[in-house]
Design a protein around this ligand. Structure first.
Ligand SMILES: [Zn+2]
Ligand SMILES: [Zn+2]
Length: 443
């Protein structure tokens, strides 16, 4: 197994081999074919990210300890923290949703900040221990599930829903969540992971020396740039495998069984295993859950005189009638349009790959990235339900409980997010020039 120098990379989104030029401070290098950002130079990255991570940790503690918001109605007071909301869901018999909300709002952000902080402290000694790489990989894997900004919007919608019933007072926790969102965003922008990877001791213990050993041959200019057929020389054609964990390019002896990454120890795969079948399975499960998610009530309101059950759609109508049409539109798009659009878009991508469509590859990769980015915003309604339920417990005057629909709804969001992660975008680019793909389009 021969590792390649870090200046040569196979694009993670399209597998095109490219040489990264020396970047000017603040400069970035994008993929020639699909536009994916391959590398960026971030001066003082590690120190700046460390400062931001410490600030984020302080904000995280305040956000979880102090009340998010309080409510006062008919002489009664109620306050809630993030975990208070989770606890209410749990007590009302919605344990699965409660665990999911706790994971996305408390566990994932804590893991992200804690792991990043440990990595940044450990990497100050060179070479940094091997476990730093494992933590970095886990922090990466965990990041899409930290949904504080979606929760913040959810709290805002919850506040407007409750505003008619009672006076709502934003708490210190809410401002801390706002600060936390900004610190985490700044951490992501300033963190240069390549810099960390270059300082971590390799799993095989000798990898770094291998690149400078006589056994290793630096590929010639044209060998990588593919000057004769620009945009066509890919990792798969050259027998190179990209590690999805750390971004190292290696040339395994057996391409069928590439083994493990010599730097981070992750199992190497030419393409994500059974990507198409697994994505289909997750999509079909999501489509099935989409029906009860929209038909069953997500929230039920009980007062001495009436009991009312709200589905997602009737909740949108209620928001619209109460005069906040922009929020009604946001909830409608996040809860009804996005999950449906995600299912349709991923199904289209799968069919296009299975039928080996040759056209509009750039459009399809853009569609895939859009699905990845907007996917998490569908979680909005789950957070709205959590915080409305947590606050409006004014028995016997009025109480709000979660409905069965909410668990199906959460399932749709999770299943479509997993489907997007299982789909391998490089399949869009794998042309029929590959050996076993000589036969023509199937569809
Ligand atoms: Zn690319
Ligand atoms: Zn690796």
């Amino acid at each position: 197994m021969i590792p390649f120098p870090e200046s040569i990379i196979a694009c993670p989104d399209c597998d095109l081999l490219q040489r990264i030029p020396t970047l000017t401070p603040g400069g970035t290098a994008s993929c020639l074919r699909c536009g994916h950002t391959l590398a960026s130079s971030k001066p003082d990255s590690l120190d700046r990210t460390l400062a931001l991570t410490v600030a984020a940790l302080i904000a995280l503690i305040i956000a979880n300890v102090m009340p998010l918001m309080g409510l006062s109605a008919v002489g009664r007071q109620a306050v809630t923290t993030i975990l208070g909301g989770v606890l209410k869901l749990w007590q009302q018999g919605h344990q699965i949703t409660a665990v999911l909300v706790a994971f996305c709002t408390v566990v994932a952000p804590t893991v992200h900040i804690g792991f990043t902080l440990t990595v940044l402290l450990a990497v100050r000694q060179t070479p940094a221990p091997i476990w730093v790489g494992t933590l970095l990989r886990m922090a990466d894997f965990n990041q899409p599930w930290a949904m504080l900004e979606v929760m913040m919007l959810g709290i805002l919608v919850a506040l407007i829903k409750i505003a008619d019933l009672a006076t709502v007072i934003p708490g210190i926790g809410m401002f801390a969540v706002g600060a936390l969102i900004m610190f985490i965003a700044a951490m992501t922008v300033s963190f240069d992971k390549h810099q960390v990877w270059s300082q971590i001791r390799w799993v095989d213990g000798e990898g770094q020396q291998l690149t400078s050993s006589p056994e290793f041959k630096e590929p010639a200019e044209g060998e990588v740039e593919g000057k004769e057929t620009p945009g066509e020389l890919t990792g798969i054609k050259m027998g190179l495998v990209l590690c999805e964990g750390c971004g190292l390019l290696t040339k395994p002896t057996d391409l069928e069984k590439p083994g493990y990454c010599p730097r981070c120890g992750q199992e190497l795969e030419l393409r994500r295993p059974n990507s198409i079948q697994r994505t289909w399975a997750l999509l079909i499960a999501a489509s099935i859950c989409y029906i009860p998610a929209n038909l069953l009530p997500v929230m039920s309101t009980t007062t001495p005189t009436y009991a009312e059950k709200d589905t997602i759609m009737s909740g949108v109508v209620l928001l619209y009638v109460h005069g906040s049409w922009p929020l009604a539109l946001i909830v409608f798009v996040a809860s009804v349009v996005i999950p449906m659009a995600k299912i349709v878009a991923l199904a289209y991508l799968l069919i296009s790959v299975q039928c080996r469509f040759m056209r509009s590859k750039e459009e399809r990769i853009r569609l895939y990235r859009l699905v990845e980015i907007v996917g998490r915003w569908s979680m909005l309604d789950v957070f709205v339900v959590t915080f409305v339920v947590a606050l409006v417990q004014l028995q016997p005057l009025m109480s709000v409980g979660p409905g069965t629909g909410v668990v199906f709804f959460a399932a749709v969001v999770v299943l479509t997010m997993l489907a997007a992660e299982t789909f391998d975008p490089r399949l869009i680019w794998d042309s029929r020039n590959n050996k076993e793909e000589q036969n023509d389009e199937i569809c």
